[in-house]
Design a protein around this ligand. Structure first.
Ligand code: PEP
Ligand code: MN
Length: 339
């Protein structure tokens, strides 16, 4: 962190600031230039709040030279994090495909879909039991029953379950769930993130609708700084001015997050585009860009789906998209995980 001081700053003010900064266990170096005075900080500055420094009378400008996230930072953890989920490995070379409906609608629907996606090569099953819907009048998910049906589908197929948790108060219902998804709308629900940080469950953390990559990594940091290192990032598109797609898939986020962080990254082309026809091309882009996996919505009867019917594949189309994904995974010298 570099702090540029105001021109008229007095020595007493500098001392006052330095004393305060040293309470954070950092070293301070004062540089007296011809026209300005600058304090350089050496050490772990993650606990120093930028705005609090900026608010001091004697400060003209303050800049971070290091990222504010530490646990998620590749600088301090150069090797890729690999997360084990029921004999699958997310990160570190294996490729995983999480597939299933947007919402769990019935026992029959989720079991039928689970069998179909497993046959096509999916390595995990998704399905929302608690749904974050824009309208309170839309289908809200089957709740506890939905979780029960997901576990039945796991029993039937052996596929680990990925499903969204929306509230800390539901945490005890997710005991047997393999991966807890934090949806885009909850990416900055810090109380939820802190509680998930106290568990050892793998967390699939989706990027918020209008959040920067640094904000995504800071949300990962909330989970990790509470003790849970099992975080998988998910790029699911962000809001832009383009109305033709539901969101805009930020492909550059994939290699960039890989540079900045050691955490695995999954891409969700369904929510990123909102269009069935874009799932295949965006999936292939994600593979080539270095993603560790995909999350794709698949429904046995998209036209009558209770949510997100326009952005899901049928089991048949999923099978053919999977063939192309597998070929692409092989082409980039990687391997599909167990299914
Ligand atoms: C979902 O995966 O069903 C979902 C609601 O996704 P997102 O949080 O990315 O909108
Ligand atoms: Mn959905």
């Amino acid at each position: 962190m570099v702090i540029v001081l105001k021109n008229d700053v007095t020595d007493a003010q500098i001392n006052e600031l330095v004393d305060w900064l040293q309470t954070f266990d950092v070293k301070t170096n004062l540089i007296r230039g011809l026209h300005s005075k600058v304090i350089g900080l050496v050490g772990d500055t993650t606990k120093i709040d930028l705005e609090s420094v900026q608010a001091k009378d004697m400060v003209y400008e303050v800049k971070r030279v290091q990222e504010p996230y530490k646990q998620a930072n590749r600088r301090f953890h150069p090797e890729d994090t690999v997360i084990e989920i029921e004999n699958r490995k997310v990160g570190g070379g294996k490729f995983n495909v999480i597939a299933g409906p947007c919402s769990v609608e019935s026992e029959k629907q989720i079991i039928e879909t689970a069998i179909a996606v497993k046959k096509a090569g999916a390595t995990m099953l998704r399905g929302g039991a608690y749904k974050p819907r824009t309208s309170p009048y839309s289908f809200q998910g089957l709740g506890k029953k939905g979780l029960e049906y997901l576990l039945k589908a796991k029993k039937e197929t052996g596929l680990p379950i990925v499903t969204e948790i929306m509230s800390v108060s539901h945490l005890d219902q997710f005991e047997d769930i393999d991966v807890l998804q934090v949806g885009a709308r909850n990416m900055q629900n810090f109380e939820l993130l802190k509680e998930l940080g106290k568990t050892d469950k793998p967390i699939l953390l989706k990027r918020g609708l209008a959040n920067t990559l640094e904000e995504l990594l800071m949300s990962a940091e909330y989970i990790m700084s509470n003790g849970n290192m099992n975080v998988i990032l998910c790029e699911r598109g962000i809001r832009t001015f383009e109305p033709m797609t539901r969101n805009t898939l930020d492909i550059s986020a994939i290699p960039l997050l890989k540079q900045k962080s050691h955490l695995p990254i999954i891409v969700d082309p369904s929510h990123a585009t909102g269009m069935t026809s874009l799932i295949e091309p965006m999936s292939l882009c994600a593979v080539v860009s270095g993603a560790d996996g995909l999350e794709i919505e698949v429904h046995p009867d998209p036209k009558n789906a209770l949510s997100d019917g326009a952005q899901c594949l049928t089991p048949e189309s999923f099978e053919s998209v999977m063939e192309r994904i597998k070929a692409c995974v092989e082409f980039v010298g990687r391997e599909m995980d167990k299914n």
